[in-house]
Each structure stands twice: as C-alpha cells, then as structure tokens.
Design a protein around this ligand. Sequence first.
Ligand code: MLT
Length: 267
Amino acid sequence: MRSIVIDGYEFAYREVGTGPVALFVHGFPLDGTMWDDQLARLAEARRCVAPDLRGFGRSDPPGDAVLTMERHADDLAHLCGALGADRVDLVGLSMGGYVALAFAERYPERLRSLALVDTRAAADTEEGRAARDLMATRVVTEGRGAVVDELMAALLGPDATLGVRARLRSMIEGTRYETLVGALAGMKLRPDRTGVLGGLDLPVAVVVGEHDRLTPPAAAEAMARATPRAEFTVVPGAGHMAPMERPDGVAGALRRLWSRAGEAATD
Ligand code: MLT
C-alpha cells in the first residue's frame, strides 16, 4: 500500500507494473482492493494504479459532506499529475464508472482509453434517489449491518465464491459512515452523462457481468451502441462485481482495449 499527499489530503493507492499508467476506480461502497485480481493479471501490460477514492478505504476521512463524482474526478486528475501521467487508461466500475464519465467530460485530453465496467451513463431515477435517501438514513440509524446483506445480494451473481463474498463484506463493513452518506448523496446528484458517450473519440470497452442486476447487460449494450469506438463484452457467470467474480473475463477485455489504444503508448 502506498500513499500520496495532495493539498494536505492523503490518498492510499496500490501500484504494480511499469509503463503507461492505467487507473482503476472502485465502486460503492468499496475500495481499491476490489481490483487486486486485475492488478495481478495486468501488471505486465501497464503501470496499474488503484486508489481508494476520497473518504474510502485507507484514504483520509472525506471532509466533504457530499462526495460528488466531479470531486472524485478532480482528485484523480491531481493524482495523475502527482504520478507524472499526462494520459491514462481509465477503468471504472459502477460508481467508479460515474466518476470515469465525469473525468472524461472534464479532462478528455488526459484519456488514452476508457473502460466502463458494470456501470451506467444515466442519472438516477426519482425512485432511485428516494432509495438513496432511505439507505443513508437506515445506515446511520440502524448501522451498516442493516444494509450489508441486501447490498451483497445486489452486487454479486449467484455463483460468487465464499472468498469473493468475504472480500466484499470486508470492504462494505470497512467503509466509514460519513463516506457512505456522502457518496449516496453524491451519486444521487450526478447528472445524465449519456451525451458524453457520443463524443468519446478514443477506444472504449463496455464490460458487464451476465447476471448484473444493478446495471444489466441490455442497458450496457445500449451504452456501447451510443459510443462510437466501443467494444461490448458480456462476462459469463458474473454479477455486478465482474472484475472480482470472473477476473479473467474482465482482464481479457482490458487487454483487448489497451491493444487498440496502442501497446507502445507513452504517458
Ligand atoms: C456501485 O457498485 O458502485 C453502486 O452499485 C453504484 C450505485 O449505487 O449506483
């Protein structure tokens, strides 16, 4: 585990491999360790960096009451600068994909390729926003134990191993209450970024688990169709946490993406 201080805030991150930087952005309510299997498989292809977003994992407490996708995107841009990476291959899962699209909107010149994994470009529905408010209230009044089982059930496919389930539970139970509340509020506020997809002039991968119930394959396929240079991959046997549940399928899609982006890419 490494850490870096940017404007007085300490970010934790893991890093393996050498070469062009690939930045892996985790989902909610998780941390950078969700990418461990990808880092183990892809270190020969890229300098793989998986940060804990502001407030999550071993990074400092959030500070902000609302953790917006734009705030995370700005943090990642600062992190890229601190790592000496002018351009990156950006990989985001679910909330990490919302952050990746905010990054693509704000810093298009800093992207070499983009992987949108088990995520969506659309904003929350009214019903979805109300569910976020309810979850935030329940988490604080009843404790995160009140929601952890339903989150696990929503995130994982039917065949997730005990080991994957254990890692996921540790991540969820390790997330600070103020981060849970701040991230729910931030996701609720995010705008529809479907329009960003059409303007992406770079290699894109849209990857989704066959059994993903939160961001289902049909919606992911529509997102790929709206993106000019997207390759669409369904990962058999996986749920929403495809990079953990079926790591080889996701690593294969990322290798194909990066070879389209150029093996000899430089930062
Ligand atoms: C995630 O996996 O990051 C969450 O399911 C995203 C969300 O709640 O919209």
